[in-house]
Design a protein. Sequence first.
Length: 401
Amino acid sequence: MSSLLVDNIGELVTNVPGHGEGGPLGLRRRAAVLVEAGEVVWIGPARDAPAADRRIDVGGAAVLPGFVDSHAHLVFAGDRAAEFAARMSGQPYTGGGIRTTVAATRAAADDELRGTARRLRGEALRQGTTTIEVKSGYGLTVTDEARSLRIAAEVTDETTFLGAHVVPAEYADRPDDYVGLVCGPMLAAAAPYARWVDVFCERGAFDADHTRAILTCGQAVGLGVRVHANQLGPGPGVRLGVELGAASVDHCTHLTDADVDALASTRVDPGDGDGPHTTTVATLLPGAEFSTRSPYPDARRLLDAGVTVALATDCNPGSSYTSSMPFCVALAVREMRMTPAEAVWAATAGGARALRRDDVGVLRPGARADLVVLDAPSHLHLAYRPGVPLIRQVLHNGVPQ
Ligand SMILES: [Zn+2]
């Protein structure tokens, strides 16, 4: 079996607390990582590095776990650049533009959807994202949701059924019927390709009763729960997510004290050495606030309450057409008052928590060998040098990309 040594690492982010300096980031200096069969098998001081079949000398650069983007919408057709331009000229974002993408997606051939999903997956990988969640939600018919998930499953294992993205125009005056379709034939057709179920719980999309009904049917067929919650205004989404044991509630832009308390109430310390965390993660998507010129979520309030925070891109053609996790890290630090360490943790280990994964977002023996080599000496540069192509090399499953 061929082994690969990533050697001469100036600063290694492991996300194993107590494993070196730097608190939760578990920083190690002058380190090396040995990879075999797609897994990390050894981490230690570079001077003690074992022999290997191949060696990559990163020349003192910083290395971190590949980013875990736990919220993206990559299966769609068309773009909404004109809508973006209109918004930047003063028109507010309402979420109604989703229907524009639904029409384009329904009209597209499989290969067009596949081409876009693969292009965006490749774009994300080049920016250091080695794990990505991909949702359906622009088909909104039984056939189109199933094919969206089939295509999503070609680019990732983390697929999410979002048939409840909006009520499509043809059901506008009978949303109960649409919820029946989502819970019945649509879920049955989508579930074989999905790991998760998600609902856009928001005024203008799905209310508390509809959200609860859809998430519960998804759970009944074995899907894990996530929710788009409290993005455009206050609402029941976050508390509902906590009540149903969601792995993550996403957006969290408009929270009441009760929402924050509900999230904090899921805090546990399993004693596995990774420290306490909340079983329901708050996933913040600052690309959406950036692209809709909206107020950012209050990350400090969540972190200070002990809530586990993840960062993700929300990559989609309407409200956040970026696949860049480094960009989200920079926004989180500059606009949401996260420290650089908190933001880097949230974009790696936090995303893994939001997907209930312990094999990614962390570097230790047994973890997947997903590594990002920065063109920089420290993880601090991700926020310090925004907009700069700092991702020098990516290893995915131990394979240099
Ligand atoms: Zn989203």
